[in-house]
Write a protein that binds this ligand. Sequence first.
Ligand SMILES: C[S@@+](CC[C@H](N)C(=O)[O-])C[C@H]1O[C@@H](n2cnc3c(N)ncnc32)[C@H](O)[C@@H]1O
Length: 269
Amino acid sequence: LDNSTDISGGYQEFPFVSEFYDSVIPYRNRLDIDFYIQFARESRGLVLELGCGTGRVLIPTARAGINITGFDCSSRMLEVLKAKLQLEAIEMQKRVELIQGDIRNFDLGKKFNLVTIPFRPFQHLLTVEDQMACLRCIHRHLNDEGKLVFDLFNPSLKRLVDPKSSEELMDEPVFATPDGREVVRKHRLAGVDLANQVIDGEIIYYISHPDGQTERLVHSFKLRYLFRFEVEHLLARTGFQVEAGYADFDKSPLGSKYPGELIFIAKKV
Ligand SMILES: C[S@@+](CC[C@H](N)C(=O)[O-])C[C@H]1O[C@@H](n2cnc3c(N)ncnc32)[C@H](O)[C@@H]1O
């Protein structure tokens, strides 16, 4: 996939995104890994992770003894993942298969007990057609009784309409790269299309090199936000039944925290 037709939300177009991804402190500290591993364990079969990125969840899952297929459209993210896999034990590497493709249209020729989409790749699908195409592909790849587990952010209405959201905000620690660059990451909402539920997001990287040079790099991307009941309807339209929903990876029920996360456990019907 070339960069000019990036469908991934900038993960292919901007090389610095995959380069820095594993250093970003809030990503490193995200408390979703044990949650996803637990479902993978319970599934007792093959797991397919869509939008696996650099393997933040996939690697610990395979280390836990689970056979997992990672799927992502960004060759850059997959390259980072492959390099990390090279450092793992051969036995662990054998449990992993990686496939490059688009989550809206895939046919892997086999079925899985569990499909996961950790950390919001589904929100890079900007239309109902794309969302349904993805869910229908997932449906075809699940065994009977198979499950789909995925998370989205719950949109904060206050943040969407707050004019201050367009200002650069820094709410995370600075990180350093192995070659001694210091990176400050800020983010802002460059725009919000309230009618179409699409945000224009920007993550801005301020980089200080050891020789004193500085750089400002911008990862711009579009994301669709979805509301809880909209997701429930989408799932029902594509042949899923919601088994459970959570507002947090500690399994607080949906609706118990605001804005929190939108985490769905759906069963194939
Ligand atoms: C925020 S990252 C999440 C990565 C990983 N799941 C994690 O938890 O760290 C989003 C990922 O979704 C991938 N992605 C976005 N749209 C996609 C699509 N249409 N098909 C396949 N992958 C896609 C991107 O390339 C990127 O790796």
